[in-house]
Design a protein around this ligand. Structure first.
Ligand code: ATP
Length: 425
């Protein structure tokens, strides 16, 4: 009798304990839920908390500037704030939300020594070097006032760039809409464009390793545009002039997000892009896809290998190398003379094979940018580790030589000591 009674008492106690536990858990959960919804409610009252990118340039930011959502809106939730739009406080929030500082015209004027530091002239207008009050050097692109599509391009670019950030893209640091001018402020790329490095008369000859690194960097930049950004971005004008190099010779893709005039071969065509880089499939169908960018990238890789300008018969040379080879393309035939004897033929051949796949007439047969990146990474890794091995072999052998030299010196010392002792005896 005692034992069943005990079991019953234990059962009841356990039941009560479990009940209390369940009720307490439910109570705590309800309280937490209430608290959380209160916090959420409060934070919506205060407006969304948004990351604010530091200005860093030191020039005055035009905080009173009014940007309507239709002008610059990088966060979709801003659209929901429609009724508040146009109020002064919200405009500041929007500026912060876009993350891009806005500058006054007088700041840019001062930083460019009254626009006297011209770097070059693009189809959108002149580009100047500017030194901001913090001593930071930047590039300032002033959109031409007579540019028919200037306003639209400006809006497109600011809108796009404020959400695109990658180490292999030329990042936008700020902008200016003031005194009837539209200006974009970019990070400064001190080694200029790949086009200039390949075809200009500067003293620097790109080494094979630098070219591999550039192909690798550009591939990463495009991969971010095609597969990292949401929604994805098609560049539409990839070319060596739009690949810029920083002081460490690292490459970044520039001029993405721009809508260009429909000029082809000097004539108006309804096509966007640059002669020599344009996907033939796009030219016949008028349909631009990511694979059209892949085609242009294939051309850029061949420029790196051959230093032949696509506007001066590069494609003919490529075809000759394909026909000339015995079943396999003879890329050595068209390699840049400056690389002769200074590059690994196997690596050149592997890179050219990838580039050639990018030029396939059928866009569906072209690789995706992710595949291109993987393939280039493998060649680069192989090339860089080979150099490391050579360097370590070099340093090992110099260490051995040094040790031999040291031992010889020791031996000479011992011998001369012995000779001295013998002569004394
Ligand atoms: N961020 C930058 N840093 C340094 N130089 C730059 C920068 N952006 C552009 N440049 C230089 O300014 C010049 C004009 O550049 P821009 O991008 O306007 O035109 P482009 O690419 O040469 O031609 P297009 O507009 O027809 O594509 C080029 O010589 C380029 O090297």
């Amino acid at each position: 009798m005692g034992a069943p009674m005990n079991i019953m008492i234990i059962g009841i106690s356990v039941g009560v304990a479990v009940g209390i536990l369940v009720v307490s858990c439910a109570f705590i959960a309800v309280r937490m839920y209430k608290k959380r919804s209160q916090v959420q409610h409060r934070s919506t009252d205060l407006g969304p908390t948004l990351p604010i990118r530091a200005n860093g340039l030191g020039a005055s930011i035009d905080s009173s500037a009014s940007l309507s959502y239709s002008e610059v809106g990088c966060n979709s939730h801003l659209a929901k704030q429609g009724p508040y739009w146009g109020q002064r406080g919200i405009q500041n929030k929007d500026l912060r939300a876009s993350g891009i500082p806005r500058y006054l015209y007088k700041d840019i004027q001062k930083a460019t020594h009254n626009f006297t530091t011209l770097l070059g002239q693009g189809s959108f207008g002149p580009v100047y070097k500017a030194i901001m009050p913090t001593s930071e050097v930047v590039a300032v692109k002033v959109l031409a006032n007579n540019s028919r599509q200037g306003e639209r391009e400006f809006q497109t670019e600011v809108l796009l760039l404020c959400r695109l950030h990658h180490r292999n893209l030329v990042n936008l640091l700020g902008y200016c809409v003031d005194k009837g001018q539209r200006i974009l402020i970019y990070e400064f790329m001190s080694n200029g464009s790949l086009e200039n490095l390949l075809y200009g008369d500067g003293p620097h000859t790109l080494t094979w390793k630098e070219r591999l690194q550039i192909a690798h960097d550009v591939s990463h930049g495009i991969e971010y545009l095609h597969e990292g950004a949401t929604p994805s971005v098609i560049h539409r004008d990839l070319k060596s002039a739009n690949i810029l190099l920083d002081k460490a010779m690292r490459a970044k893709v520039a001029d993405f997000g721009l809508s260009k005039e429909d000029i082809y071969d000097g004539r108006k065509s309804g096509l966007k892009g640059t002669y020599g880089y344009m996907d033939p499939d796009y030219m016949s169908t008028n349909k631009f896809t990511k694979k059209s960018d892949i085609y242009s990238f294939g051309i850029v890789i061949f420029e790196l290998i051959t230093a032949i300008n696509p506007q001066q018969g590069l494609m003919e040379y490529i075809n000759l190398a394909v026909i000339g080879g015995d079943g396999k393309a003879d890329w050595e035939e068209i390699i840049d003379k400056k690389l002769a004897g200074k590059s690994n033929p196997q690596e050149v051949s592997l890179l050219a094979d990838i580039a050639y796949k990018c030029l396939d007439k059928n866009p569906r047969k072209r690789p995706s940018i992710a595949d291109v990146t993987i393939a280039i990474s493998k060649i680069r890794q192989q090339s860089f580790s080979r150099t490391d091995t050579m360097a370590s072999i070099g340093s090992d052998s110099s260490r051995v030589l040094h040790r031999i030299e040291h031992q010889q010196v020791e031996l000479t010392n011992i011998t001369s000591k012995k000779e001295f002792q013998i002569s004394r005896v």
